[in-house]
Design a protein around this ligand. Structure first.
Ligand SMILES: *Cc1c(COP(=O)(O)O)cnc(C)c1O
Length: 238
C-alpha cells in the first residue's frame, strides 16, 4: 500500500471505530476529504484508494477539479463562503453545500438549479461559537432563518441538516459542547418545523473528528489528516 492509501486507511479505521463506539454503523458517518489547495493529482490518488466524497471551499478551484475528475461516483461538497456571483458555478456541479447562511443565496441557487434541472443537498452553517471571524447563522437566528426558508418552496434544494466548526485549539470539553449544541439545535429544528430528511450533522475536522462522531456527526470534513499540511506556499495559490 502506498503512503496515501496507508494514511487513508488509518483515518477510515478511526472514523469507523468512533462510529461503533457511539453505537452506530460505520457507514452512518460519511468521510469528506477536504482537498482545497491540493492539486487534482492528489485527489485522483485518494480516489484510487477508494475515497468518494471530496470537499472544496472555492468555487473556481473546485470547478476545475470536478472537470479534471469526471467520475460519476464522486460526490462534491462545497464548504466555503458562498458569494452570490459564484452560485452558478456550484449549482449543477456540486452535490452538496455545507455553508448556506443566507436566504438570498438559497434563491439564487434555486434559480440556477431550476435551469440546470439539478439538485443540491444543503446544510445551514451555524456559528456556534459566535466568533465574528467565522461564518454562519447565529444560533439565536436559526429558527427565524428556518421559518423564512420553509415559507416557500426552494426548487432544487434539499435541506438536509446543519454544519459547524468547533472553537479553534480549545479543550475537549469546549469542543464537544459546541458539537452537542449543534446536535440539539438540529433536534429542536426537526421538532419545530417537521423537516423530513433533516438528518445530517456536518462537524469534525482533522483534530477533532473523533469527538464530533461521539457527539453524533454524520459527516466529518477532513483535510490535513488525509493530505498532510496545506502549508503557506500552497495556501495562497489554489
Ligand atoms: C479546511 C476545512 C476543513 C478541513 O480542515 P482540516 O483541519 O484540514 O481537517 C473542514 N471544514 C472546512 C469548512 C474547511 O474550510
Amino acid at each position: 500500500m502506498d503512503e496515501t492509501c496507508e494514511r487513508y486507511a488509518h483515518v477510515v479505521a478511526r472514523v469507523e471505530d468512533a462510529a461503533r463506539a457511539s453505537g452506530r454503523e460505520p457507514a452512518a458517518v460519511r468521510l469528506v476529504a477536504v482537498s482545497k489547495f491540493h492539486p487534482s493529482s492528489a485527489l485522483a490518488r485518494l480516489a484510487g484508494c477508494g475515497q468518494r466524497d471530496f470537499g472544496e471551499s472555492r468555487a473556481q478551484e473546485g470547478g476545475a477539479k470536478i472537470a479534471a475528475l469526471p467520475d460519476p461516483a464522486i460526490e462534491w461538497h462545497f464548504l466555503g463562503p458562498l458569494q452570490r456571483n459564484k452560485a452558478r458555478l456550484i449549482a449543477g456541479r456540486f452535490q452538496w453545500l455545507h455553508s448556506l447562511e443566507s436566504l438570498q443565496a438559497a434563491d439564487t441557487l434555486s434559480r440556477h438549479l431550476t435551469t440546470s434541472n439539478a439538485r443540491l443537498r444543503v446544510l445551514i452553517e451555524v456559528n456556534i461559537t459566535g466568533d465574528p471571524r467565522k461564518h454562519g447563522v447565529a444560533p439565536a437566528d436559526l429558527f427565524p432563518f428556518l421559518e423564512a426558508y420553509t415559507s416557500r418552496p426552494r426548487i432544487g434544494l434539499d435541506l438536509v441538516g446543519l454544519m459547524t466548526m468547533a472553537p479553534h485549539a480549545a479543550s475537549e470539553g469546549a469542543v464537544r459542547a459546541a458539537f452537542a449544541h449543534l446536535r440539539e439545535l438540529a433536534c429542536k429544528s426537526r421538532q419545530a418545523f417537521g423537516l423530513p430528511g433533516f438528518d445530517e450533522l456536518s462537524m469534525g475536522m482533522s483534530d477533532d473528528y473523533h469527538w464530533a462522531i461521539a457527539e453524533g456527526a454524520t459527516i466529518v470534513r477532513i483535510g490535513r489528516a488525509l493530505f498532510g499540511e496545506r502549508g503557506p506556499a500552497t495556501a495562497h495559490t489554489p
